[in-house]
Design a protein around this ligand. Structure first.
Ligand code: C2E
Ligand code: MG
Ligand code: MG
Ligand code: MG
Length: 303
């Protein structure tokens, strides 16, 4: 043990370790502050149905952290820190829900002619550790929207993305929370499908509307017959269970065309659009509602 060894204090900890710990603590403090002061931002990445005219069906909300020097930190740079603190991940989750609620209220008011668009929100498995997640989410939405009359379906048009790891914690209570979210109008998607370690059995029991195939399988779809087989099997399984299937990380026309041939229901990825700040969303919706800008991807040279 550190203290017993040299008898002269905390020698066990090297300066490098100290630095790491300090860095993490500083990051944690700054993140807590950023959440409290509304300094995070949500980017929105379009999701398109994979039918001939590639209609826009919604967006996935993805959190970003702009730094004073202009750098924009991706979730990988701070989500792991947030997930180490029950209180931080809770605060972040609440901030995301409130921000989406306010944003869609603004879009509804300014663009009444928009088609119904789903907004997907990522949930960390850690958020399920504290009981009552569905109720906390409801509160966040109701608070943010300042609704005077209680709505029976406050989460209509919202989709929650969870990963398989949720099922490895407390599957019964997770299932209950998901059921409650659905009763309030939300849809549920399994994110990063195929990368987790849990058994397939959970898919049968869980109230899931959609399966999102991880981009790792999409990446080599056109060149790796194993990946192609996995994607086919996932689409087939999803459909047989009555779930819709989305492919993530679609970067090329070739991947898009393969997914179309396989019968995948929807797509998301850089080939269609990168995640964009909220202020760019209206012009994107307008552009795609004219209906022809994405077709070259589907009917291009690989078709
Ligand atoms: P995810 O939910 O699987 O989100 C998709 C990630 O893939 C996003 O990364 C997105 O920018 C990226 N992506 C989309 N299309 C492509 C593509 O064609 N190629 C490649 N290479 N990447 C693509 P991002 O925004 O860095 O988010 C990473 C992860 O962080 C997310 O993975 C999600 O697990 C987590 N995350 C993001 N926002 C939130 C949030 O608000 N709450 C929670 N709990 N987690 C979040
Ligand atoms: Mg996601
Ligand atoms: Mg994913
Ligand atoms: Mg992920």
């Amino acid at each position: 043990h550190a203290k017993g060894e040299g008898g002269s204090g905390w020698r066990f900890y090297t300066p490098a370790m100290n630095e790491q710990v300090l860095h993490r603590i500083r990051l944690e403090t700054r993140l807590r502050d950023a959440i409290a002061h509304d300094q995070l931002v949500l980017y929105y990445q379009p999701i398109h149905a994979l039918t001939e005219d590639l209609p826009l069906i919604g967006f996935e909300a993805l959190v970003r952290w702009p730094q004073p020097d202009g750098e924009i930190l991706p979730p990988a740079a701070f989500m792991p820190v947030a997930e180490q603190s029950a209180e931080l991940i809770e605060a972040l989750g609440r901030w995301v829900c409130k921000t989406v609620a306010r944003q869609r209220q603004r879009w509804r008011a300014l663009h009444p002619g928009w088609p119904p668009l789903t907004i997907a929100i990522n949930l960390s498995a850690k958020q399920f550790d504290r009981a009552g997640l569905a109720e906390r989410i409801r509160r966040a939405f109701v608070d943010a929207e300042g609704a005077t009359e209680p709505s029976a379906l406050p989460l209509l048009g919202i989709e929650f993305e969870i990963t398989e790891s949720v099922m490895m914690r407390d599957p019964i209570s997770a299932e209950e929370e998901l059921e409650r979210l659905r009763e309030m109008g939300a849809h549920i998607a399994i994110d990063d499908f195929g990368t987790g370690y849990s058994s397939l059995a959970y898919i049968k029991h869980l109230p899931i509307d959609r399966i999102k195939i991880d981009r790792a399988f999409v990446h080599d779809l056109a060149h790796d017959t194993d990946d192609a087989a996995i994607v086919c099997a996932a689409v087939e399984m999803g459909h047989r269970l009555g779930r819709s299937v989305v492919a993530e990380g679609v970067e090329t026309a070739e991947q898009l065309q393969r997914l179309h041939a396989i019968g995948c229901d929807a797509v998301q990825g850089f080939a269609l659009a990168r995640p964009m700040p909220a202020h760019q969303v209206p012009s994107y919706v307008q552009r795609v509602s004219r209906g022809d800008h994405l077709q070259p991807w589907l009917f291009g040279p690989f078709a």
